[in-house]
Design a protein around this ligand. Structure first.
Ligand code: PEP
Ligand code: MN
Length: 356
């Protein structure tokens, strides 16, 4: 995390840490576990220690949180080690109890953000209260639902609201527990630039191995912070064992991250990037003209098919176009998945135009 030990050129290129840093166990389990982790984290300079007290689990039969007694442990840990504490709330009663116990930050979990009634209940309970609240993305890839939850909390007069990207449940299983779908948080940042955006690599990954890659990617995309699950004995954790790291593992991960700046004062960098950006704008212009020409050809084909009573979708022709696309992608060293996705979009748009 410190840059002191880095070579001079690295000190120049990178800033030293993400803006907001939150770490702690998935769940509070015992008082000793909370005190242990609080002691370790108090030496790392994190802004908040996280610990779930009430755990919304997808399926029954798993540990659903230690409940209210855990709030006292957080309070004790906070006093003893001078660390601020954060927990998840899903109902007005949770808010009330968390506030009574002096919790410093609250978060709305992914399974709650999906429910406007629950979010409104939380917002109403927070009316006039000055406490930072973090809003995780909803489990489903729905940007409006995420923004809606943020707006409900804004309307309650909260001054510090943080958006937290924890990935999205998609049916296709991948190596990651939740698909990042980076375009959604990027669009959130574009539409709500004043809301700090942080990343939760633990819940995106579901495993320890990918944490660094996802955390680094979020830093490269200009995220303003990280929340990571840290447990004194991860393998024995009562929830989310596979994705938690020890406090040492957490520090190691932080030391491996590279935090990039938003801009540079270097004259050569600035003139070169301006030149390259003009080049990109010019290419985009040509690209759009070519796309317009392609869609115009598709429209003419549609007319011809219509006049002859021929169906718009032709399976053999599409197979031919797709294999041409893959061949071109290989020749031109373009990622095949990207090329296929682009052609799918062009094809569907052309079919829409023909159907008009
Ligand atoms: C959590 O942070 O422990 C949690 C339950 O996360 P999410 O709401 O992102 O699933
Ligand atoms: Mn968890």
């Amino acid at each position: 995390m410190q840059t002191d030990s880095q070579p001079k050129d690295l000190q120049n290129k990178y800033t030293s840490r993400p803006g907001i840093l939150i770490a702690g166990p998935c769940s509070a389990e015992t008082e000793l576990q909370i005190l242990n982790v609080a002691e370790a984290l108090s030496k790392t300079g994190v802004d908040y220690m996280r610990a779930g007290i009430w755990k919304p689990r997808t399926s029954p039969g798993h540990f659903e949180g230690i409940g209210t007694q855990g709030l006292k442990w957080l309070q004790t840990a906070s006093k003893q080690y001078g660390i601020k504490v954060a927990t998840e709330v899903a109902t007005a009663k949770h808010v009330e109890e968390a506030l009574e116990h002096g919790i410093d930050m609250l978060w709305v979990g992914a399974r709650t953000t999906v429910n406007p009634f629950a979010v409104q209940e939380i917002a109403d309970a927070l009316q006039g209260v000055k406490i930072p609240v973090m809003v995780k993305n909803p489990v489903n890839p729905d940007l409006s639902l995420w923004m809606g939850a943020i707006k409900r909390l804004m309307n309650a007069g909260l001054s510090t609201i943080i958006a937290c990207h924890r990935g999205f449940n998609v049916y296709q299983k991948t190596l990651l527990r939740n698909a990042p779908l980076w375009e959604i948080p990027i669009e959130l940042k574009r539409l709500m630039p004043e809301i700090p955006l942080i990343c939760d690599p633990s819940h995106i990954c579901g495993n320890r191995e990918s944490l660094l890659k996802i955390a680094q990617k979020s830093m490269d995309l200009g995220y303003e912070g990280l929340i990571l699950e840290v447990h004194p004995n991860p393998d024995k954790a009562w929830s989310d064992a596979a994705q938690q790291v020890t406090p040492e593992g957490f520090m190691q991960l932080l030391s491996q991250l590279r935090y990039k700046k938003q801009s540079s004062d270097d004259r050569f960098y600035n003139s070169r990037i301006q030149f390259l950006r003009e080049e990109i704008d010019e290419i985009d212009g040509r690209l759009m003209e070519l796309i317009a020409a392609r869609l115009e050809s598709a429209r003419k084909i549609g007319q011809l098919k219509n006049q002859n009573g021929v169906a718009f979708y032709q399976h053999d022709r599409w197979t031919e176009v797709l294999s041409h696309c893959k061949q071109l992608a290989e020749q031109l060293h373009i990622n095949e998945n990207f090329a296929v996705e682009l052609f799918n979009l062009l094809h569907l748009t052309a079919l829409d135009i023909q159907g008009e």
